[in-house]
Write a protein that binds this ligand. Structure first.
Ligand SMILES: [Zn+2]
Length: 172
């Protein structure tokens, strides 16, 4: 079993607290089978709200994926309490947004897609302070195109997410 953290880096303009909206959020990955090395060119999703039976009476997992090449049945879980918000102050730096328990496979690519939530953020005019949340919540943010824009009528600022990058890091 390998624990893998998904780290994101993004530029947030007048925004903070980027995170998946809820447990129904679908994390889309391409996986590499650890047994045979096969990397199917297909996006697979994992959701904390899904339970799939693992063969051999080994309980359930959030996703069970059978390798088409070697036939091994691999599985993955979203680790409880691993979800983190990506904040205004994190902009441009890689930060964990979630972590996964991987059995028999590892993610090699990630697609952010939709189902994100992010909060409006008013940058302070005072250089001593960072700023504060405007109170506006955008609750259906789609990052499929790699960037997203809207308008915060509370702070009266344009809001923008761009430069989304990801990396995978093994954790203990
Ligand atoms: Zn395989």
């Amino acid at each position: 079993m390998v624990k893998i953290a998904l780290q994101l880096s993004a530029a947030l303009e007048n925004l903070t607290g980027l995170a998946p909206a809820d447990d129904d959020f679908k994390w889309f990955f391409k996986f590499k089978c650890s047994s045979c090395g096969e990397v199917p060119d297909k996006w697979q999703h994992i959701s904390r709200s899904e339970e799939h039976e693992v063969k051999g009476g080994r309980g359930t997992a959030n996703a069970v994926i059978k390798c088409k090449l070697c036939g091994r049945e691999n599985s993955v879980d979203v680790i409880a309490d691993s979800i983190r918000e990506y904040g205004f102050a994190d902009a441009g730096r890689f930060r964990q947004v979630a972590a996964f328990d991987c059995r028999g496979m590892e993610p090699v690519d990630f697609s952010p897609r939709d189902g994100w939530v992010v909060k409006g953020f008013k940058v302070s005019d005072d250089e001593e302070e960072e700023g504060s949340e405007s109170g506006k919540v955008f609750d259906d943010v789609d990052l499929t195109e790699g960037e997203w824009a809207d308008y915060d009528e509370v702070s009266e600022e344009s809001v923008f997410i761009s430069e989304i990058k990801h990396q995978f890091v093994k954790i203990k």
